[in-house]
Design a protein around this ligand. Structure first.
Ligand SMILES: [Zn+2]
Length: 189
């Protein structure tokens, strides 16, 4: 059903907070009212699973559909969650792009990130951060030992966030005003 009555809450390590008590890096998300349906027994109130003919698991009576409204958080994907997190600290933020680091990347990072472990709303994890430009060396140039400028790949931005997502490690670059402050907050988180 269509969203009504939207309200913003803040997601932090799997819990929701109001604006005032939310930690600085908590991710703003919308609470959306949705219509949920269930099958309820008219005789005893038992609830049936969805089935071609939903029967009450307790007394066998045929159940009837009943709908009610439930308020659910609308969880953003990885990039969106990181953008919202940074926007709260820095005001403006711009996504500069992403590269895959593991398991099969041809790019090796030319920077060392601070190791972190912070859960994100979509189940991925923020595992590292670096305040600086995202620069990578192409694997082919590693083999010959050369270091020509065209073997270096750069993403625009001044903050790199390294994320583990469904078995892949990816680096996301962002342009934001306060990369140093973000890094500091992440280290304390
Ligand atoms: Zn029943």
């Amino acid at each position: 059903m269509a969203a009504q009555n939207e309200k913003v809450v803040y997601w932090w390590r799997g819990k929701l907070y109001g604006e005032l008590e939310a930690p600085p890096l908590a991710v703003p998300i919308e609470l959306v009212e949705v219509e949920v349906a269930e099958w309820v027994c008219p005789r005893c109130g038992g609830k049936a699973d969805w089935a071609p003919e939903p029967r009450c698991p307790k007394c066998g009576e045929r159940c009837q559909p009943r709908s009610f409204k439930e308020v659910l958080p609308e969880l953003p994907d990885t990039v969106e969650a990181l953008e919202r997190m940074l926007k709260r600290v820095c005001g403006a933020v711009r996504f500069g792009g992403a590269v895959e680091l593991e398991p099969s990347s041809v790019l090796s990072p030319l920077f060392a990130w601070e190791p972190l472990d912070l859960e994100l709303p979509d189940g991925s994890r923020l595992i590292g951060a670096y305040a600086g430009r995202a620069r990578f060396l192409k694997a082919a140039s590693l083999k010959v030992g050369a270091f020509p400028s065209e073997s270096v790949v750069e993403l625009p931005g001044d903050l790199c966030l390294v994320v583990w997502r469904s078995g892949f490690v990816e680096c996301y670059a962002f342009e934001c005003r306060e990369a140093g402050k973000v890094l500091e907050l992440l280290q304390r988180a």
